[in-house]
Design a binder for this molecule. Structure first.
Ligand SMILES: C[S@@+](CC[C@H](N)C(=O)[O-])C[C@H]1O[C@@H](n2cnc3c(N)ncnc32)[C@H](O)[C@@H]1O
Length: 277
């Protein structure tokens, strides 16, 4: 059972604390999904794009490069501050994707890069995306694929599992992080909100890092729940997790570098003209 308020408070505090480090490690990876997301909604001149859970703002900025106007919204104020400094050409606001502070039908497109797995109430978020879209407007969302294919997160989760630790009491129960690795879950999420022309595809590539430290540090700063579980362990347990992690990461060593496979689901759909709201 998820305590929505406790989970949202925990996530917000976690993203507040890690925003600067997230911006250091992650946009080089997550920005590779910007093109597919913006293609899926047809972002271009004279379109109004909303980037939900925008983080440091790279997707909104890419929409502007295509001639669109873009607004980014994120629950973590430090993410919004970074985005505003980095991309003054876009508008950024703090807010919850599950209760969007915008009137009905004011965007042509809603995009969300790795946003869905972080919502306690994804159905409520999808209803909000529909509400703010114009009739015929498009939504596109990405989510991590299963850890067996998304090895970047898989190596860390398997290492934690191997060591066999329990989450500390400070980490509240949250939604299944890999729920939207299933096509059927994405289809029902969007279909139940009246979206049409639902398309689900898989986007895969490898992420290159110089060494295991870079990958470990990036993961501890790019995840909220898993990093809280690891940081809540005694030092000797953290060392065991790290040893298991290093052993798995070594599978992806190529010469002096590492090329770690990543895999995502990209769901897109059109808002029906027939539904009100
Ligand atoms: C994995 S990051 C993705 C950031 C960015 N979209 C990217 O691709 O780099 C997840 C983001 O979701 C934001 N977030 C989490 N819950 C949210 C909510 N309920 N509403 C808005 N943003 C939220 C976090 O603050 C964080 O910036």
């Amino acid at each position: 059972m998820i305590d929505v308020d406790a989970f949202t408070t925990f996530e917000t505090a976690g993203w507040d604390a890690t925003a600067a480090q997230y911006d250091h490690y992650w946009p080089i990876l997550t920005s590779r999904l910007n093109g597919p997301l913006l293609d899926a909604v047809g972002a271009g001149p004279d379109t109004r794009v909303l980037d939900v859970a925008c983080g440091p703002g790279y997707l909104a900025a890419s929409a502007i490069e295509r001639g669109a106007t873009a607004v980014g919204i994120d629950i973590a104020e430090p993410m919004i501050e970074i985005a505003r400094q980095r991309f003054p050409q876009a508008e950024f606001r703090r807010g919850d994707a599950q209760a969007l502070p915008f009137p009905d039908r004011c965007f042509d497109s809603v995009v969300g890069n790795l946003a869905l797995p972080h919502f306690a109430r994804p159905e409520q978020a999808a209803a909000e995306f529909r509400r703010v879209l114009t009739a015929g407007g498009r939504v596109a969302l990405t989510a991590w694929n299963h850890p067996a294919r998304a090895r970047l997160v898989g190596v860390l989760l398997e290492a934690v599992h191997e060591v066999g630790i329990a989450p500390p009491a400070t980490v509240p129960a949250g939604p299944n992080f890999f729920r939207f690795a299933e096509d059927s879950e994405l289809k029902s999420l969007l279909g139940n909100q009246g979206f049409e022309d639902i398309d689900i595809r898989t986007v895969e590539f490898t992420h290159s890092v110089d060494n295991g430290d870079e990958l470990w540090d990036g993961l501890l700063h790019g995840t909220v729940r898993t990093s809280a579980v690891i940081r809540g362990q005694p030092d000797d347990v953290v060392r065991q997790i790290r040893a298991e992690f290093d052993r798995r990461v070594d599978d992806y060593r190529i010469g002096e570098k590492y090329a770690v496979p990543v895999s995502f689901k990209l769901a897109s759909a059109r808002r029906s003209g027939r539904h009100n709201g």
